[in-house]
Design a protein around this ligand. Sequence first.
Ligand SMILES: *Cc1c(COP(=O)(O)O)cnc(C)c1O
Length: 361
Amino acid sequence: MKRVINFNAGPAAIPLPVLEKAQAEMLDWKGTGMSVMEVSHRSKEYEEMHNHAQALFREIAGMGPEWKILFLTGGASTQFFQLPMNMLYDGKTADYIVTGHWGKAALKEAKRYGQINVTSTEKDGVFRSIPKQNELKLDPKAAYVHYTSNNTIFGSQWHYWPKLGSAPVVCDMSSDIFSRPFPAGEFSMIYAGAQKNLGPSGVTLVAIKEDFLAKAKEDLPTMLAYKTFADNNSLYNTPPCFSIYILDLTLGWVKDQGGLVAMEKTNQEKGRILYGAIDASGGYYACPVEKESRSLMNVVFRLKGEELEEKFVKEAKAAGIIGVKGHRSTGGIRFSTYNASSVQNIKDAAAFMQDFQKKNG
Ligand SMILES: *Cc1c(COP(=O)(O)O)cnc(C)c1O
């Protein structure tokens, strides 16, 4: 068996111990004589695991019982409309801070539901920066403020937690959730598609505080109302059982590593190695993102010319490093270095970069 160094942006690498545990339990999960995919979601075994995943998420995040942990489907993209559908009604307005592709996609959907006050760092169709605190002009009467903590495609990340005033704060943390500690008390809702840092695709984790949930619109299709999921512990209908199971194992792995403080330490070391390699290349590799906003999860850079970039992708693959082609909208190279990529993976990738430059300089 040969496992590659997986820099896919999402679905992405999953920690090996998680895959091994799932493999070992595949045919007989918890003594049921079945795989987790075959048991009833109404069984005691399933419900125990489901509740365990929620409790573990709360524990790692430092969230109290006032947080409801929901397991939804339709990806983070469904939250782009489900959030305003639930929270933006009766002439309410919202603030959107747009720092990348996904924030822009969220804004597009929110505009269907109400007036939006927008702060955007887009310049000539690209995003290279994160706003400074004093650049944020927010409306205290907004139903909520929405932003994206890490920009998966443009490779930038908020490295400070902005003060966003009195309106409830909602954050799309899809691509950096649990990569570092965060002040849960400053948020009213966070959400993340699981397939980047929490496990497999198929489940979207929404953590929502009770006081914010209380403001959700009542008259909605049952399956689109947050309240349906909160009131029924995300068991109103059949949940994505297998995805939640892998999520639970992944959360267990995060805890075993030492939780978010340990995750942050490792991710910072990985960033130092990779950005160090870029900065030491004498301009051979160039990161287009302003220095203080470089992402520790999605490291993007360019080489001189698309032809050379194509060669880089091809030779990386031959060296066992996959998923390095940048998003189709931006081009270039992207290493997505979520929690599951190890420091050793990053060292190997940096060595490959140096070697490639030597041969093609
Ligand atoms: C990947 C991503 C999304 C889209 O997620 P889906 O689950 O594919 O809908 C949304 N926001 C961010 C920040 C992402 O990285």
